[in-house]
Design a protein around this ligand. Sequence first.
Ligand code: SAM
Ligand code: SF4
Ligand code: SF4
Length: 342
Amino acid sequence: MKEQKICNSPLLDTRARPVRDLRISITDRCNFRCVYCMPRTAFGADHQFLARDDLLSFEEITRLTKLFADRGVLKVRLTGGEPLLRRDVERLIELLANIPSVEVALTTNGSLLAKRAKSLRDAGLSRITVSLDALDDVVFRRMNDADFPVARVLEGIDAAASVGLTPIKINTVVKRGTNENEMLPLARHFRGSGHILRFIEYMDVGSSNQWNMKEVIPSSEVVRRISAEFPLEPVDPNYTGEVAERWRYRDGAGEIGVISSVTQAFCATCSRARLSTEGKIYTCLFANQGHDLRALLRTGRSDEELAAALDNLWRQRTDRYSEIRNAELSAAKKIEMSYIGG
Ligand code: SAM
Ligand code: SF4
Ligand code: SF4
């Protein structure tokens, strides 16, 4: 664990929220086409992904992350798209892990993890989250829509555990009628493993997934259904503003988490900023506009000028989409998760 510093006079937004987490999307590409994230209808063969020159370089990302760390960011999470598709991501992890006070985490679909777990750990990665929506191979292949077998993701999880990237968080998006019958098999599988399974409510992020409230399984139902087989009890949060609500098995077999982004908004404590693949800062997952930092980076601005831009945009932040979610907002054009970084 790195020593974590809290700034003397933290940067706060209009609702007195500090900036603590920075999610960095390092590629908008993915080898999966998860039905809730990059459906083939919108991300087919003719989809235009960003050109290489559009992507922030590792040095540009590191420069911005240092400035964010000076403003209170304690954790950065590399995401995407599929972050392990970005060539030489280990070099970026090394650069970021060298920033004092910053922990580096990564979220992956696990498809390439078996071979990379050790090099990621050696580069300085502190934590890993693996997305896994089903244990049943047929359901899993249908959900990733890339015919990718679940066994390879499970191998990746084992490899990450064997190099000590523990506890591993396993993220499951639950979609009614698609993988709701996978909740209990997943719970049975990961109970007692030390890994923390987290069920995420299906969100209306982006505009391509044809989101429908009827397909959302509220976390309260998830807890009820799991508790019916394995009684659960609530656990206090690890820290203020923790997004996942914690529950533990009464028989001591570990804990699970539920993330109720739709039914119980956590905007009041939201301290996340997102840096898109091409260098735009988004202060909310549901924003439809970002602040272009790449333009500043590539026109020779000083660190002071960049810092002033960051301060300015965070101080003006008013976001609370999930608190006020309504049909009109939900139907508006929003940025896709694979671009902004989940
Ligand atoms: N490709 C990596 C992965 O799947 O872990 C990282 C990027 S992915 C966009 C990050 C997380 O966002 C994943 O855990 C995924 O399940 C979640 N996600 C994507 N679309 C979502 C949606 N509509 N609702 C809830 N979670 C979603
Ligand atoms: Fe790819 Fe992750 Fe989105 Fe699935 S959730 S399509 S793995 S970016
Ligand atoms: Fe944060 Fe926006 Fe999500 Fe609210 S809706 S928790 S402000 S990202």
